[in-house]
Design a protein around this ligand. Sequence first.
Ligand code: XMP
Length: 310
Amino acid sequence: MIDATKFVEDSLEEIRKTVSKSGVISACSGGVDSTVTTFLVHKALGEQMVAVFIDDGLRREGEPEFVMRTLKNLGIRAKYVDAKKEFLDVFKGKTDAEEKRKAFRDKFYTTLGRVSKEENVKFIAQGTIKADVIETVKGIKSQHNVLEQIGIDSKVYGYKILEPLRELFKPDVRKVARELGLPKEVSERMPFPGPALSLRVLGEVTPEKISIVRKATEIVEEETKGLRAFQSFAVLHNDKATGIKNGRRVYGNIVTIRIVDSEDALKAKAKQVSYEILMRVSERITGEIPSVVRCLYDITDKPPATIEFE
Ligand code: XMP
């Protein structure tokens, strides 16, 4: 584990030295990594930084409001960018997981490029951590926030990148969050991937599928809160299956529930969860979402599976 006090001191100095008098925008999705990054840069530079929340239409229920409120409560100047339509457009016709990831990544960086011009800044800060870099460099997945480590120069998007957490794993990020005095709802927050619900819709991402997986996610999170799992969420399948609703045949959706324990996200264990909880989640998902006829529980560790499905 790192010495969080020293890490904060060193980071503040490094950020000030690198940025000097330039402006910075910090891409904040509301996850623990990007919120810690944003708070660190804010602490180092004050009003020289503006946090940017990009609303890509792929977030959990209530997330945009939560993020904007959290930033405001932390005293951070923040800008809301409505990019819902443009993000959903990039997924049209795309079914391959890596193709979808790369399309999201490109839209993410071009959107930041546009905002960096509007704000007249030379730097963007982002919450990339060590696990993101390791898995992208190994070729397992193109994580949305890894560029320079795979040879893409951020100058093509018109700015330089600051990644103060690039050498940390998740437990250290949480330690830094506590050191910075961030509220528990941030420091202990369950990890949520940058490309959000797009990784949890198998096949083509559409607004209808996002709204199904968003509702299923809300149910899983509510019903598994007490488990203190590393991550718990729902995934919407591309295939359909036969079921019965109101006495009639329905060829409907399949949802998988994924609940894992992990330290650093590089390895994970499928959590042993009581049937009572699983049945409750299944009853709620199939009862509250009309198109879903079947609920499955994923019992695969990482490896051989990964945590997310895409
Ligand atoms: P996987 O699915 O690779 O996930 O086992 C490992 C951890 O990383 C998160 N994840 C991402 N986070 N951008 C992110 O910010 C991404 O592109 C991305 N892909 C996966 C995942 O939720 C898990 O915590």
